[in-house]
Design a protein around this ligand. Structure first.
Ligand SMILES: NC(=O)c1ccc[n+]([C@@H]2O[C@H](COP(=O)([O-])OP(=O)(O)OC[C@H]3O[C@@H](n4cnc5c(N)ncnc54)[C@H](O)[C@@H]3O)[C@@H](O)[C@H]2O)c1
Length: 396
């Protein structure tokens, strides 16, 4: 595990704890033991605290800290590494792990430039391992249903849509204070919806525009963004286009009712899809606990600690399921049949584009373009446009 912050705690930790108890089974690869063998973090404090807290559940693992923590962990040659460091620190660790012939899972956004993406994709091919990225929103049952309606041609030709994702101010002000300078909420969370749009509707990304606001997280003329508005234009095989507006912020007041509030609307030739995180189910109030210790709007599909009807305590949801799915894909490649057929199994998993790095090009192009445009705005050249021809970005 490289990086042991908020997302480790929400999704990787419950995966490693569940798999330590139950193992990983599939008829094709048998009964496997999956152990967390090491963690690389900046200071080592969270890893060591977790090691103590989980002493009854997990076998001991090695904690590496400091600038070369990731390299030291990679030297131990684990079966796979998961990279959950800040957005702009994924590339090096992924590159070094792939070079060492280790399967890699990277948190979203995979990397911040096409050059980095292409290098990692090439390394994965050369070293015959998986390079995959986590976009857990694709496993959200609502988004699976949306895609199913599109695949089955029930919803026909998307014309336009919007997505909005609002994070509380404590994310930018406290949680990410160490790495917030120069960052923006679009790269951090719009990327979830860029992937949803890209994977669900297909098509060719051709134009990216973006603007943003500053002055709360950092100075009004600096490189750190409070909120941003991204527009993507796609073209489909029949020559028709669609436009998508993605609005994100990480300066919403901490006590706003939605906590992380998410809303989407997609309009089709023959229909409309409306999704809203606060309308999909539960709103909870507990005196003295909501909205900070407990959330008002709890997404129990993503991640929920539960007492199962049969008495067992679990932490479950699509956020955890996506990590387990990756472990199963690695297991299938390594143990799912004769060694002579490993390459076929590797290709089979690679062809599942929902998480393969090679299929993340348009998402990375959108992220790189967004960051280019914001950098231009910060340098006093606002309102730039980026065009993408499938290979390279052109700033206009
Ligand atoms: N899938 C999701 O919904 C989701 C949610 C939150 C975060 N994320 C992504 O996960 C990643 C991590 O986010 P987070 O919220 O856990 O961040 P965080 O700031 O809470 O934790 C970052 C972790 O990385 C470690 N780290 C920093 N630099 C390092 C380095 N050079 N080498 C080794 N370790 C290093 C820190 O010690 C810390 O353990 C980000 O890319 C973020 O976008 C995804």
């Amino acid at each position: 595990m490289i990086g042991m912050g908020m997302i480790f705690d929400e999704t990787y930790r419950p995966f490693f704890e569940a798999v330590a108890r139950k193992g990983l089974f599939d008829r094709r690869f048998g009964d496997l033991d999956v152990q967390l063998t090491g963690a690389a973090t900046r200071t080592g404090k969270r890893a060591e605290a977790y090691q103590q807290a989980a002493a009854d559940i997990l076998p001991p693992f090695t904690s590496f800290a400091g600038d070369d923590a990731a390299a030291q962990l990679i030297d131990t040659a684990p079966a796979f590494v998961c990279i959950a460091t800040p957005d702009n620190r994924h590339f090096e660790a992924a590159r070094d792990a792939l070079r060492a012939g280790i399967h890699v899972l990277i948190e979203k956004p995979s990397v911040l430039s096409l050059a980095e993406l292409d290098e990692l994709t090439q390394l994965a091919v050369e070293n015959r391992v998986l390079a995959r990225v986590v976009y857990h929103k694709l496993l959200d049952p609502d988004h699976k249903k949306l895609r199913t309606l599109v695949v089955d041609n029930v919803l026909q030709h998307v014309n336009n849509g919007y997505c909005s994702l609002l994070e509380p101010r404590q994310i930018s002000g406290q949680q990410f204070a160490e790495w917030i300078t120069g960052r923006n909420p679009g790269t951090y969370v719009a990327v979830h919806y860029i992937k949803l749009i890209d994977f669900t509707f297909g098509g060719r990304l051709k134009t990216i525009t973006c603007t943003g606001q500053r002055g709360i997280v950092g100075p009004a003329d600096g490189p750190t963004w409070d909120s941003c508005q991204l527009r993507l234009i796609y073209e489909y095989e029949d020559g028709r286009e669609a436009a998508f507006d993605l609005h994100t912020s990480w300066v919403t007041p901490d006590n706003f009712p939605g906590y992380v509030e998410q809303e989407v609307q997609f309009r089709f030739d023959n229909g409309i899809w409306n999704g809203h995180s606060r309308r999909r189910g539960v709103e909870l109030t507990v005196a003295g606990q909501t909205p900070l210790q407990l959330k008002n709007t709890i997404n129990n599909h993503y991640n929920a600690t539960c007492v199962e009807p049969w008495g067992e305590r679990t932490q479950r949801g699509y956020g955890v399921e996506v990590i387990e799915r990756f472990a199963r894909e690695v297991a299938l490649v390594e143990y799912g049949g004769p060694a002579a057929e490993r390459m076929e199994r590797l290709q089979q998993v690679r062809s599942l584009t929902y998480s393969d790095l090679s299929a993340d090009r348009q998402v990375v192009a959108a992220v790189e373009a967004m960051e280019l445009i914001l950098a231009e705005q910060a340098a006093g050249r606002p309102d730039r446009v980026v065009r993408f021809d499938g290979h390279a970005l052109q700033l206009i």
